[in-house]
Structures are given as C-alpha cells and as structure tokens.
Ligand binder design. Structure first.
Ligand code: IPM
Ligand code: MG
Length: 385
C-alpha cells in the first residue's frame, strides 16, 4: 500500500478511536456509586489462578483466605468461587485476552483474587490484566509500600484504565516508515483517580499528595492530569498537593535523605506502573508488594509481580514467594470491610516476614516452599487469634 493510502486508513482508524474514547467518558458520567460492603448481605470472591507460578501462589492464598473467613463462609455470607480458564493456553486458543465465558463468570463476583497472567510480547493479544481493568472499570491501582524502620509509608494511586494503556494495542503504523501509539487522559477519568487519592489521604490522616507527571513534555495529557488533580485538591484544604516530574521522583525514591517524607502519590498509568516496581524493590522486591485494582462496581486483587515462567521451566515453581499475593489478600479483606481480619493477616505477615523469619522463601530450592510459608502464616494466625 502507498503511504497516501496508509495515511487515509490511519486517519479513519484515528477517528474511530476518538469516537470510542468519547463514548467511554459518556459512560463514566452514568457510573453507579461504589458498593458499600459493610452493608452487603452476600459477597462472592472469585479466585483465578492465572499462569506460571499463579496457580501455586493463588492456591496458598486461597487456603489462607478460607482459614480467615471460615465463619463467614460457613454462614454463607461469603462465598469463594473458583474460576477456570484464565490461562495463556485458553486465551490464545480463544483469541481473546479474557475469554468471554471467563469474563461472564468474573462479572458474577464482587471481588476477584487473581494470579499473574502471561502477556505475550508483540503480536496483537492484549494483556489479560489490562483487559480486566478496562472491562470491570477498575480505575484505581492502589499499591502500598512500607519500610517501617525507615519511616516509609507510601501509597500509590495509579490511574489504571487510560493513559498509555487504553489504546496500547491499537497504535498506527505506516509500514517501513513510522509508528504511533496514543495516550489518552479524560477529564472524568482523572477526576475520579484524583478523588480516590485525596479521599484516602483525608481518611488516613495524610497531609501530602504528590502529583507525578511529565507535564513539561506531555503537555496535553499530563498537563490536564495535573490541572484536574489541583482542582480536586481545592476541596481538601488540609492536604498539600505538590507537583513532581516522574524523572526526579524516580531519583527521590532512592534518596534516603528525603524519601520518607512522601505519603500519597497520584499518577498516570505508565509512570505508576514503572515507579511502583521501583518502590516495591525498595521494600524488598516486587515479590513483596500487593496490588489492588479498584472500581466502583468491582475490585481485583493481585500480586505486583508476573507469572515467572522461568521458575516453572526450571521446575522450581513450588518455591515461589506468596508474600505479594498475601498482601493482596490483606487488601481484599480491607476492601470488603473486614478490617479486623486484614489487620490480623498484616500482623502475621509482619511476624513471618520481618521479625521472626522462621521460614524463609528464596524463590529457589535452598529456601522454603510456597506451601511451607503459607503453613507458617496460618500457624502464626492461630497463635495471635
Ligand atoms: C502491573 C503489570 C501490568 C501492567 C502488566 C502485566 C500488563 O506490570 O500490574 O504493574 O503493566 O500494568
Ligand atoms: Mg508493572
């Protein structure tokens, strides 16, 4: 095809994308208010194993969850519902990032505990994570990072449904000449993530929200993101809103002289993706951080790390560290208004992972297995109850 023909095709593709994104903002206007779990009579928790080490760590997380929720499960208030088919094999076979029957099953749940899912590099197959975040409108990716001995208590509010991700698999290419991807920031999409971050700050006694962008370069998208965050900030006069650029913030996080003064971060999708891995590493590695994907209707809880196919190839999958998915379980419990159970799990994990360390997972055969660590967490839970 000639360049002119390719350009014409690109322009019509772009028009369709614009229309679709405008339609998405219309839908946001009609969103229902967030579910109040404290008042909900029945809660269904979906469990998806995922790929690679996913089924191994999720199996253990499910054991811990059943243990903590024994009473609620017996009474029928809470139900754990296993969902099959969110595997790379099934997704490739069905040619869908989340096969439609799996998505339908997920939508019958209130919240989801999900193992990591493999994303094929290149090609057109979208990441299952990205598809789920979009399909369930999980607009806030909430990632806490704590290093108690240094006074670090960070929480990241990463915008989770737009930015560089929403059209990430639908860029335009003029073959042999150029390629373009698109970044989308909507006013409503920014407003709701900003509100989530400031509400968190207000409800948890935090005084500072860092708005992290690259608005000096991405003038439209990040420019609007910053401006809207500041508009929202005006409704929270006791909280300081500070502007930071992502590059210097990446440096700040490895600067022990100043890093503990940051509290809450709000940021567009891709910067949030990158900096939360950096932050998790400061806490002890991506294997240690939990991740909540929260919307008004649904929420999904997962480990920050990937499916680690290498561990499976090397036959050491059973030695995977369940700490990250257990943190996700803690966040899930907090989300469904069971803060006492979440606190209990947090204390047990603190004892197992930081103070006592009787069983240590290294991710290799010289360490404990995932199951041994989960047993240790459950024994500890029994002792502190
Ligand atoms: C994350 C992951 C995902 C992302 C991948 C698996 C698509 O890195 O949850 O941070 O980029 O958001
Ligand atoms: Mg990431």
């Amino acid at each position: 095809m000639s360049y002119t023909e390719q350009m014409e095709n690109a322009v019509s593709a772009f028009r369709a994308l614009l229309k679709e994104q405008l339609d998405r903002t219309e839908k946001m206007k009609n969103a229902a208010p967030a579910v109040d779990y404290a008042k909900k009579e029945h809660i269904r928790i979906g469990i998806c194993g995922g790929d690679g080490i996913g089924p191994i760590i999720v199996r253990e997380a499910q054991r811990v969850l059943s243990f903590l929720l024994q009473e609620e499960i017996e009474k029928g208030r809470i139900e754990l519902f296993e969902i099959e088919g969110l595997t790379i094999e099934n997704r490739l076979e069905k040619k869908e990032p989340v096969p439609s029957d799996v998505l339908a099953a997920i939508k019958t749940c209130d919240v989801l505990l999900k193992g990591p899912t493999t994303t094929p590099k290149g090609g057109t197959m979208e990441s299952a994570n990205v598809a789920l975040r979009r399909e369930l409108d999980l607009y806030a990716n909430v990632r806490p990072v704590v290093v108690a001995e240094e006074g670090i208590d960070w929480i990241f509010y990463r915008e989770n449904t737009e930015g560089e991700y929403v059209l990430g698999s639908r860029g335009i290419e003029i073959e042999g000449a150029l390629a373009m991807d698109f970044k989308v920031t909507t006013d409503l999409g920014t407003r709701r993530i900003a509100r989530a971050a400031f509400e968190y700050a207000k409800n948890n006694g935090k005084k500072n929200v860092a708005i992290v962008t690259k608005a000096n370069i991405m003038k439209k998208t990040d420019g609007n993101f910053t401006a809207i965050c500041h508009e929202v900030a005006k409704e929270y006069p006791d909280i300081t809103a500070e502007d930071w650029y992502i590059d210097i913030m990446a440096a700040n996080l490895v600067n022990p002289a100043i890093r503990s003064r940051f509290e809450v971060f709000v940021l567009p999708n891709l910067y949030g993706d990158i900096i939360t891995d950096e932050a998790a590493q400061i806490q002890g590695g991506v294997g240690t951080a939990g991740s909540a994907n929260v919307g008004d209707a649904y929420a999904m809880f997962e480990a920050v790390h990937g499916s680690a196919p290498r561990m499976i190839e090397e036959g050491i999958g059973e030695y995977a560290n369940p700490s990250s998915i257990l943190k996700a379980v803690e966040m899930l419990l907090r989300h469904i208004a069971l803060a006492d159970k979440a606190d209990k799990l947090a204390s047990a994990m603190q004892i197992c992972g930081e103070t006592e360390k009787k069983v240590v997972v290294t991710g290799d055969k010289n360490g404990a297995t995932c199951k041994e660590y989960a047993d240790y967490v459950m024994e500890t839970l029994q002792k502190i109850s």
